[in-house]
Design a protein around this ligand. Sequence first.
Ligand SMILES: NC(=O)c1ccc[n+]([C@@H]2O[C@H](COP(=O)([O-])OP(=O)(O)OC[C@H]3O[C@@H](n4cnc5c(N)ncnc54)[C@H](O)[C@@H]3O)[C@@H](O)[C@H]2O)c1
Length: 370
Amino acid sequence: MDDTTFAVLGTGGIGRRTLDVARHKDGLTPVAACDRNGVAIDHQGLDVDELLDATEGNIASGPDEASGDTPATPTSDYASDGGAAAAEGATAGGGVKQAGEGAGIVASEQGEPTDAPIDDVIAESDAIDAVLLALPNLEHDFIPRIAERFADASYEGVLVDVLKRSRVIGMLDDREEALVESGITFVCGAGATPGFLTGAAALAAQSFVEVEEVKIWWGVGLKSGYEDNRGTVREDIAHLDGYDVETAREMSEGEIEALVDEHDGVLEFRDMEHADDVLLERAGICDAEDVTVGGVLDVRSDEKPTTTTVRVTGRTFDGERGTNAFELDDATSMEANVNGPALGYLKAAVLRNRAGDYGVYGPAEIMPSF
Ligand SMILES: NC(=O)c1ccc[n+]([C@@H]2O[C@H](COP(=O)([O-])OP(=O)(O)OC[C@H]3O[C@@H](n4cnc5c(N)ncnc54)[C@H](O)[C@@H]3O)[C@@H](O)[C@H]2O)c1
């Protein structure tokens, strides 16, 4: 495969690791990255070492009145900051400011401050083969609206997101005509779950002619990465009983810490609204209602609190009933399991895009078909 130029929107916990992991994949050149305050663009290739050093413990995840994109609907883009309200003025790792002017990418020699980071990347998108969206999605239509903006600019290339919630997929489908017209191949939900584990379920289903049940159970230990993964933790809280995206978005950092304390740092989730269900249904593998997703997040230990597994139960053509299981090693981190697959799906999508295959795909569709 020829060299692929790519951009990362959002350089928080996930986006920073995307740049890091991409160095270990063949033929990927990062040419643009942005966060809520700034943008870095170099068509010859960004200096990833310098960018990662400058943003270590300094990811601009908190809100900043002057920041964000030039929003079509200001409240939505503001809300999509990961909502880390009380991170304003907070310091992390070596006392580097996390919010306000000077936070995030603008601390890099390659970064420029901007009021419209995403538009700045779109303006350069003629020379960008693929874009990975590592943005928070506390506003359901945030990522679909960004896809629309790329289509409005007649972008021809790949978009990949790592979103989690089922209902976003329908919003992308609603925009599919515009995406196809523009020449966009969009792979949605291409992180770990959904993403890697959805793809694993699609593969595990190949033994069967009828799938009865898919059970996804994940474990994440985040002690060392908690500061750098606040967006992810906040979005996960929205899946707890008694919480939703609105309440999670409004919580102050202190309230989040109190909630984490109440649970001794360990949050357990059952029946999460994760898009694995609709993504498996759209690939024809099973009904969405036959998929359950849950897991355990420990923000006080790097050890995974439980082993991540995918179990697919079904019937074979010759009348047997069985369960195929896929298990991740406890030594593999959440970041490794989101970014390896996200970049893998990105590369697969570039091949499709170059073949003229446009539209919205889920991770289970870029696998053997059912
Ligand atoms: N599918 C999976 O398995 C999986 C796993 C982990 C995280 N995620 C998702 O990844 C996403 C990112 O999580 P994170 O922990 O990296 O979040 P984060 O809060 O650490 O980082 C978010 C980044 O987006 C930037 N940003 C926010 N609003 C912006 C805007 N309007 N314009 C430009 N940049 C903006 C911030 O400055 C920051 O750099 C979340 O939606 C999370 O749910 C998915």
